[in-house]
Design a binder for this molecule. Structure first.
Ligand code: ADP
Ligand code: ZN
Ligand code: ZN
Length: 660
């Protein structure tokens, strides 16, 4: 009797067999309802075979093959197989995570008819600059696989390059997948795409869509009705029958990396997917990830450069590095920045003060006994939020009322230490009582609606001073904004995390790029105690290339990625000793000795050693050879699966980790 081989959403590196009377290979790719344990599950048929490796008596019959969706295609399974083997993720989990929740439900709710897309008038296209035209000409859309890095300064018109390429791909009857970091933060891009291609059936896919909408959009993409799919990282797995081009905008953004469940980089999967399909992929950024930059330097990606802003009137802002060592600071702000804000107020222009720390103050402390507001569940401080009178842990989300006196010694005089956006907002309001101040961070702006309202206030000129976190750094074009002040950047200069300078530089370049995008010239004021630091020198010169070359040289010398390849094994347990002991066992497995090109480090606690009452340890493995690491990982993973772990210990492997 034919046997269905079924992918189920389980953390096991195998598929599951069920018998089915009259199944044929035509059923491969369909969903199926099967008995599992005491209940049922929805899975996907990945193969139909004549005989199972399991004794026939143990096999259960499938319950029902679902035929409301056409079969998932072979290239979808190839992509999932790649992700599963590259990231050491269970194949069933990879396949099932690619489907919207509505397609995995045993009792799907009644479906509504898809709404017709309202046609609007197509927006005008500008004449291309010479650089844009050259970049577009360099990409052969029908020449098979090619990977391109579009490196263009902020405002150089990268989006216009995407739009022109999309236009060509649509004209040839194919689909485009456009990946963006966070859809909430990019309503402008979505608007531009929809306005340019009113008839193309643009759909979006991201985690904030309601279940029904996500399923509807996913179906439209899979059925080929939508020609443009605009999505966040999860969209990289959507099966698309006519895919002709993948674009990854702001490719350096950390949100392309999934940090839980199946840990993958959507940017890297995008390149692999394009390779599998024999189509071009375009990665775009003003500050490419150093991995991507190294790939472009090494010739694996073709480098396309936009050096000039598209609007000739919009020159890059002047960057002033202000040495705070000899400066009297009030609430962390020096006179040069205050004077610059005053000037903007007088001229009716906007200022942005960038402080990448939300809340009122990072900690509440008692000077008498040394008590600080620690989170009881994490190895972290509770952040003071005066706006809603809470102490809140930014890692696990738990919160408390603000104590009136020190919980240990009773001292009534407890103080907030350090400063966050709320405190800065309040203080600036005292300095500039007339100014309309708008705070933009994840506390003030939680939903897409709120975000759109904020953008409207900024565009409409209803705010004079913006106080914001990195939320404001991304891709917006604020015509009246001519001043960006940067506070609190020094912390990242000497962080233990060797990727911190890369992140800081890219954040500062992005936020600096907000200033002076239209006819008004922009200015950036960076306060620092290290004015001669090469990072700030490069920033002042708008010199991404120089910064990247210097960072890459350091990494090569230190033997860090992209010159080595890494993976980590992490273990979480109620106590650290158990986690470390487990990691030590894993380090001592014979599989390790069998792969001499792989280097294994000692188990250590993670940087955030305790999160939500779990102690977390990790073990780094590294190799100068990607194939050697890839050959080692499955052997090792299988051996770890054979270890006897304590009952409450959980572990996972992450390949190409960004955080430790
Ligand atoms: P980026 O994505 O590189 O930051 P955008 O594509 O958002 O840049 O373009 C910046 C600004 O320049 C936008 O206002 C855009 O409309 C405008 N722009 C882009 N290309 C051109 C062009 N060829 N001619 C005139 N303006 C352009
Ligand atoms: Zn005290
Ligand atoms: Zn916590």
């Amino acid at each position: 009797m034919p046997v269905l081989r079924v992918a189920l959403d389980l953390p096991l590196h195998r598929f599951f067999d069920y018998v089915e009377n009259s199944a044929s290979t035509a059923e491969i790719g369909l969903r199926v309802r099967v008995p599992f344990g005491r209940g049922e599950k929805i899975g996907v048929i990945v193969d139909v075979v004549d005989e199972s490796d399991w004794p026939a008596a143990q096999l259960k019959p499938a319950i029902e093959i679902l035929r409301d969706l056409s079969p998932l295609p072979a290239d979808f399974f190839r992509l999932c197989a790649f992700a599963s083997s590259y990231y050491q993720a269970a194949p069933g989990e990879v396949i099932m995570q690619a489907l919207p929740a509505g397609l995995k439900r045993l009792d799907p709710p009644a479906r509504r008819q898809a709404r017709a897309i309202k046609p609007t008038a197509a927006a005008a296209r500008p004449c291309l600059t010479a650089e844009q035209a050259a970049a577009i000409a360099a990409i052969d859309l029908s020449g098979g696989f090619s990977a391109h890095l579009l490196y263009g300064v902020t405002g150089s018109g990268k989006t216009e390059v995407y739009l022109r390429l999309i236009e060509q791909v649509l004209a040839s009857g194919r689909q485009v997948l456009l990946l963006v970091p966070e859809i909430n933060l990019t309503p402008q891009l979505e608007g531009r795409v929809r306005a340019r291609f009113p008839e193309a059936g643009v759909i979006s896919l991201h985690s904030e869509l309601a279940e029904a909408a996500r399923e509807r959009n996913w179906r439209a993409a899979f059925a080929g009705q939508a020609s443009i799919v605009l999505g966040t990282r999860l969209a990289i797995f959507v099966p698309l029958p006519r895919l002709g081009l993948i674009v990854v905008d702001e490719e350096h953004d950390a949100s392309f990396k999934q940090q839980d469940g199946m840990r993958y980089s959507a940017r890297d999967v995008a390149v692999f997917r394009a390779h599998q399909l024999g189509i071009p992929v375009l990665l775009g950024s003003a500050t490419p990830a150093l991995e991507s930059w190294a790939n472009a330097q090494g010739g694996r990606y073709r480098l396309l450069t936009l050096k000039e802003r598209a609007n000739p009137a919009a020159v890059l802002p002047a960057v002033h590095i202000v040495d705070t060592r000899r400066l009297a600071l009030k609430e962390g702000v020096g006179e040069p920045l205050l004077a610059a804000i005053r000037e903007r107020l007088a001229r009716g222009e906007q200022s942005l003060v960038f402080l990448n720390r939300r809340g009122y103050a990072p900690v509440l402390a008692c000077p008498a006994c040394g008590w600080v507001s620690r989170c009881t569940r994490c190895a972290a401080n509770m952040v003071l939020h005066l706006a809603d009178r809470r102490l809140r842990c930014h890692h696990c989300g738990c919160e408390h009322r603000i104590p009136r006196s020190c919980p240990t010694c009773g001292n009534q005089d407890i103080h907030p230490f350090g400063r966050g956006t709320q405190r800065l907002e309040g203080w600036l309001q005292e300095q500039f009582p007339e100014a309309r101040i708008l705070r933009v961070d994840r506390d003030a702006v939680k939903s897409r609606k709120q975000w759109e309202a904020v953008l409207e206030r900024i565009y409409g000129g209803a705010a004079d001073i913006l106080v914001g976190t990195q939320m404001l750094a991304k891709g917006h074009d604020f015509p009246k904004l001519t001043l960006v002040g940067v506070l609190g950047a020094d912390a990242a200069l000497f962080a233990a995390d060797w990727r911190a300078p890369e992140r800081l530089f890219s954040q500062l370049m992005q936020v600096a790029g907000r200033a002076g995008r239209a006819e008004l010239k922009g200015e950036v004021v960076v306060q620092t105690q290290y004015p001669d630091h090469p990072l700030f020198t490069a920033l002042a010169a708008h010199d991404y290339r120089g910064f990247a070359a210097q960072q890459l040289a350091e990494r090569e010398q230190a033997g860090f990625p992209p010159y080595t390849f890494q993976a980590v094994l992490r273990a979480e347990a109620p106590d650290m000793a158990a986690a470390i002991a487990f990691l030590q066992q894993a380090a001592a497995l014979p599989a390790v000795a069998g792969h001499p090109k792989v280097m294994i480090y000692d188990p250590v606690p993670m940087k955030l050693a305790r999160l939500a009452n779990l102690e977390r340890g990790q073990l780094l493995v590294e190799s100068a050879s990607r194939p050697a690491l890839q050959a080692f990982l499955p052997d090792w993973r299988e051996a770890i699966e054979g270890l006897k772990a304590p009952a409450r210990l959980r572990w996972h492997i992450e390949v190409d980790p960004l955080e430790f």
